[in-house]
Design a binder for this molecule. Structure first.
Ligand code: PBG
Length: 327
């Protein structure tokens, strides 16, 4: 034993206070963006079957949910709309009285200090469930851009603090930046879903947002999970086109991509901890197979360690509560 040479890493792990002293990554409630589903109608608080404790809210009830998030110290939310009317070009996405536009106005009136982010996409608003305009079964790129820009402008007019386009058409950041600038919204930032994979982990979200494609899949516009270099190209073009934040989505199976996008870009990177990632933990913890609090805090920490500055997560309220408890 005497002659063995080795380093004693355990010295820095011997007590909670020393571990706290040398901890490299910290979660803060300010890191979180909390997603909220808003639906047309009255007196609706619908739990999403595949996402326990996540609800669709009608606007007469939404203030309770928003106030709870604010009281927990959450500083920003992202809104997903579930409209009552859909058509082939997603008209209700850019309607002045659309569900998202109404929600933004109401929430900003009650919580002016809260950062309200609008998800900008067409799939919840089109009757075919695709994120762009369709012709002969094909998703057309350029005709979809005008609709997206229109949607972003109407969200900014309603008072959205940040526009988050998620539809993965080429040029969507350029089109939206141009549209916002022309309409006088030069100061409204774009949080682009720059790196968005075609992922099976979105399944529960599509239950929540009623946005499943009615035919085919999203593989001609969302990315192949096998690709890494393509993620860099996607992020690069969004930066060139004027994105202010870069989202990587999903998060958990793509921590390597988060690290890479952060290192090469130096931009604020958002990890989108998607619906399926939430549901898996919920299901396992409801079965008593894992400890929910510990697994959630561990996985959120891993996203920051991977390079994310911000985490968009359905766990945000729970995590905020747990962080308060452990303070
Ligand atoms: C809409 C959109 C989706 C998600 C966010 N915005 C679904 C999709 O692309 O099919 C998924 C979010 C989640 O799973 O939590 N384009």
């Amino acid at each position: 034993m005497k002659d063995l040479a080795f380093r004693r890493h355990r010295r820095l792990r011997q007590s909670a206070s020393i571990r706290n002293m040398v901890r490299e990554t910290h979660l803060h409630t300010e890191d979180f963006i909390y997603p909220i589903f808003v639906i047309e109608g009255d007196n609706i608080k619908n739990e999403i079957k595949s996402m326990p404790n996540v609800y669709q809210w009608s606007l007469d009830l939404i203030d309770v949910e928003v106030a709870e998030a604010v009281d927990l110290g959450i500083q920003s939310i992202i809104l997903f709309g579930v409209p009552s009317e859909k058509d082939d070009v997603g008209t209700s996405a850019h309607h002045d009285q659309g569900i998202v536009q109404k929600a933004i106005r109401q929430i900003k009136a009650n919580h002016p200090e809260l950062t309200v982010i609008a998800d900008t996409c067409l799939c919840q608003f089109t009757d075919h469930g695709h994120c762009g305009v369709i012709e002969d079964g094909k998703i057309l790129n350029d005709p979809s851009l005008d609709l997206l820009a229109k949607t972003a402008i109407s969200q900014a007019e309603a008072g959205a603090d940040i526009i988050a386009p998620s539809n993965m058409m080429d040029g969507f950041v350029a089109a939206i930046r141009h549209g916002l600038d022309e309409a006088g919204f030069q100061e409204v930032p774009i949080m682009s879903y720059a790196v968005k994979y075609s992922s099976a982990f979105y399944g529960p979200f599509r239950d929540a947002a009623h946005s499943s494609p009615k035919f085919g899949d999203r593989k001609t516009y969302q990315m192949d999970p096998a690709n890494r270099l393509e993620a860099i190209r996607e992020a690069e073009s969004d930066i060139e086109e004027g994105a202010d934040f870069l989202i990587v989505k999903p998060a958990l199976s793509y921590l390597d991509i988060i690290r890479e996008v952060k290192d090469f870009s130096g931009y604020p990177v958002v990890a989108y901890n998607v619906s399926g990632e939430y549901s898996m933990i919920k299901a396992a913890s409801q079965n008593g197979w894992i400890n929910e609090k510990e697994t959630v805090l561990e996985k959120l920490t891993s996203m920051k360690r991977a390079g994310a500055d911000i985490i968009l997560s359905y766990h945000a309220k729970d995590a905020a509560r747990w962080l308060q408890e452990t303070k």
